[in-house]
Design a protein around this ligand. Structure first.
Ligand code: 5GP
Ligand code: MN
Length: 360
């Protein structure tokens, strides 16, 4: 749902605890559509992350508890560490969905094409997402960019459906929130985030076990790959932007794979001075996947959009083609500008506050 603009630091945030009246009005048509249908296919974006896996599987378990037939179909398997979560190995990996369903519920996916799965559009499509820039596909849409994870929306839907908050459902909601907030680092977190976390913990989720499964179940190749990539890291002239790079040769030499780089992008941000990270992964030749992360109000989502990508203020990505040196220079320039905009906004807010103090 569209929220009123949030007040800045220290200002009052909108009440978002539990299901508010606005959410009810947007959830109810989805509840109604689900109640008159029986066979559902669930999908999400290709190369799924914790929010896409958690959102899909939480809803799958909830719908099954209501007696529905559910299949989750994705273009790519869950990342290795998430395979230990209930239902993850049972996700069907396919490029086409088949024709045995009454409705398709697409979660955490800004455009139907991003599923990488064809045939979904032959069904009644329900689009549930929190990505700014969602293309508005589907017969029913529920879009809430104020949700820190799509899993927050799934929690509200599960409640509205009257489905039990089983341990499986609760675990997947927590997985979605933990991973999509970058382990509670991003500015998208709200009181609602913690209210939902409280409820899923009361339902039996062990946050220590979940965090260990997600973040501490690596193989040695992954650690070596992290070492190789980080020792080749470069900084811009101000030391505020980190550029990391990986190609197939580096991965082979370290004994790791591209999948093993999940989470690597967050490490440069642990350095106080580093405000943003741009991670280039070679696909082949001069084709690259770009992942970006930033701190606070620095909007790298807007940068990704300039390159026909998308994402959020603090986590975004796109695909680009070109000579790597020129691309790195270009992204340093664009991200540098995003940092500058954030600094200027902060300065002008400080000025306003000072002048208010002086006149009062
Ligand atoms: P990641 O860097 O983990 O691949 O993606 C970070 C965020 O940006 C995720 O929310 C992801 O959905 C979004 N994102 C990444 N790449 C793209 C892209 O090419 N297009 C769009 N629309 N969103 C992207
Ligand atoms: Mn998400």
């Amino acid at each position: 749902m569209m929220m009123t603009k949030e007040a800045g630091a220290g200002g009052a945030r909108p009440e978002r605890l539990g299901v508010g009246p606005q959410a009810v009005s947007e959830v109810q048509p989805i509840v109604d559509a689900i109640s008159v249908r029986r066979r559902f296919v669930l999908s999400s974006h290709s190369r799924p992350d914790g929010d896409s896996i958690g959102s899909q599987l939480a809803l799958a378990y909830a719908l099954r508890a209501l007696g529905k037939e559910v299949e989750v179909v994705n273009a790519d398997p869950a990342p290795g560490p998430l395979m230990t979560f209930p239902g993850a190995p049972d996700i069907r990996i396919a490029a086409n969905v088949g024709d045995d369903f009454d409705a398709a519920i697409i979660l955490e996916c800004s455009d139907l094409a991003r599923t990488g799965v064809t045939g979904l559009d032959q069904f009644f499509v329900i689009n549930i997402d929190h990505h700014p820039g969602n293309s508005g596909y589907g017969q029913l849409r529920w879009f809430d960019p104020s949700a820190a994870a799509c899993g927050e929306m799934v929690f509200e839907l599960v409640r509205a459906l009257g489905a039990p908050l089983t341990l499986e459902v609760a675990t997947h909601i927590y997985l979605a929130i933990l991973t999509d907030t970058g382990s509670f680092h991003y500015s998208s977190i709200s009181p609602r985030t913690f209210d939902i976390c409280r409820q899923v913990l009361e339902a039996g989720v062990n946050p220590v076990t979940v965090a260990r499964s997600v973040y501490d179940s690596n193989n040695m190749g992954r650690l070596k790959l992290f070492g190789a990539v980080l020792s080749a890291m470069q900084l811009d002239s101000n030391g505020r932007i980190a550029i990391v790079y990986l190609d197939h040769e580096m991965a082979r030499a370290a004994g790791g794979t591209y999948e093993d780089t999940e989470g690597l992008i967050n490490l440069p941000l642990t350095v106080k001075e580093i405000q943003a990270v741009v991670f280039f992964k070679q696909i082949e030749g001069e084709q690259f996947r770009v992942s970006m992360r930033s701190k606070g109000e620095i909007d790298i989502g807007a940068v990704a959009k300039e390159f026909a990508g998308g994402g959020h203020k603090n986590a975004a990505g796109c695909s680009v083609t070109g000579a790597i040196d020129a691309l790195q220079k270009l992204f340093i320039e664009k991200v540098g500008r995003a940092i500058q905009v954030e600094l200027e906004t902060r300065d002008s807010e400080l000025d306003t506050r000072h002048s208010k103090l002086e006149t009062s």
